[in-house]
Design a protein around this ligand. Sequence first.
Ligand code: AMP
Length: 554
Amino acid sequence: MKGSAPLLGLAETLEKVRGTPSKKEKVRLIAGFLKGLEPRDAEVAARIASGRSSERGSKDEAQVGYSTLLEVLKEVTGASGQEVSKIYLRHGDLGEVAEELLGRKREQQLFSEELTLAALDDAFARLRSTKGQGSAAAKRAIVKSLMLAATPLEGKYIVKVLTGEMRTGMVSGLLEEAIADAYGLPKDAAARAHMVLGDIGTFANRAATGEASGARIQPFRPVNFMLAEPFATAKEIADHFGKKVFAECKYDGIRAQVHKSGREVRVYSRRLEEITPNFPEVVGAFEEARGDFILDGEAVPFAGGRPLPFQLLQRRLRRMEDFEEAAKNAPVVYFAFDILLKDGKETVDLPLSERRRLLGAVLAGSKARQAETFDVTTETEVQDAFRRSRDQGYEGLVVKDPGSGYAMGKRGSGWAKLKEELDTLDVVIVAAEYGHGKRAGVISDYTFAVRDGDALKTVGKAYSGLTDKEIDDMTRRLKEITVKDFGYRRQVKPEIVVEVAFDSIQRSERHDGGFALRFPRIKRIRTDKGLAEIDTIEKVEKLFAGQKLKVDER
Ligand code: AMP
């Protein structure tokens, strides 16, 4: 492994990155470190800094369980289980446990060599390819040799990568910036190259060799998906576009990017992981299709002309070996709605209307379907399309601007989604804030709470759903019931009950209820209800548990 840079340099840099709260400084540190590296080392370093041990989109991960890591650490350092638990409790982070324990390493390798970035990358590759019978022991041996060779600081970061708990605050955007700075790439070019290459390591490598600007979308290199902006009502959507647009059915399945080159078809998930083996029907659907392409769409459980509950995909996502049985229970149809590459040409910058035409031609030779689309302009038309989609068993609509490009990795304003709410909750307003822009001067942001025994616990903040007149009335009432005035924010007497709709529930530290409703909007002001009748935290927990399955799968 001659020629590769020592791992220690990266570990020391990451330690400094972790130690500074300044984003600018984090970027400067990483950029400075990358500058001196060979392209291959820059690739490995960038990937590790992002907390990954393998290229994005690769089928295999170098996964090593907590228990294996703990066993190896005990073996290498002579620490007892009790000692390890104590140290773990103190840090709550296995990487830091490794650092502390390795500081008193017992078994020393006789001719211990310096660990290099290339050597670590090679060990990760071996961990990935170690599968099947006897793999546990083989993986353990690889981890053990790493821990024997590592200094405490190196051990810490190796473990952090293996457990997926990097926690340096070096988020993908900052890393991209650091790579751009290190190799003098303009911001836009860096963002585009990173997007197209998908993987931060590959991007760093190309940037180091000066080839990043020429990066093109390619089969078997997944790119980030375009996302839709949520809208609360058909009216908001019609107002947003203000012209004739495409309203597509919103399918409830697994977002999937299908890549075909020659006779080979591969399928990638929203996290850009390869999921080809989980969806043999999707691969089968494109067997006869001609040409090379990359499509975006949704793999939907579907039988007898109707979608089946999303939950039926659960077995095949978790247990690949059962897929034949799973495919019987929940056959999957691929509904394609976009095309990103056709026969070597990028199509992402073409208008959607043109992409749809190309998509239609590709799908004609396949067993996949094209997403159903309605032309809509007015609120009533959006509402009708929504109903039709719901009547067919779909989730709602994704409304798209025919002139828009495919914004990779962005929640672009070209796509707007409208779906039936997960549920509604009756909540009470406990605090409120003045709005911005056209809502300046009125109190339009409402923090709301549910009941937890005798206490009130906040679970979200809503700033949409009311008419201008309702907001004016609300402003007046909130001023009357203000308990404490903090200027832009007011704590109010908990007496205004509103019914909020929302898309999903997330765990949250921002609200003292421990949950946050996602995309909450006020459906109506419940003048008929009082504080005693609002919903409880137990109901929120129950709804959260019910939707968790789906969020996990995604
Ligand atoms: P949500 O999961 O509610 O945030 O809605 C966005 C998701 O809807 C996307 O990530 C896709 O997985 C899915 N989807 C279903 N049908 C479509 C469609 N026709 N166009 C775009 N996305 C769709």
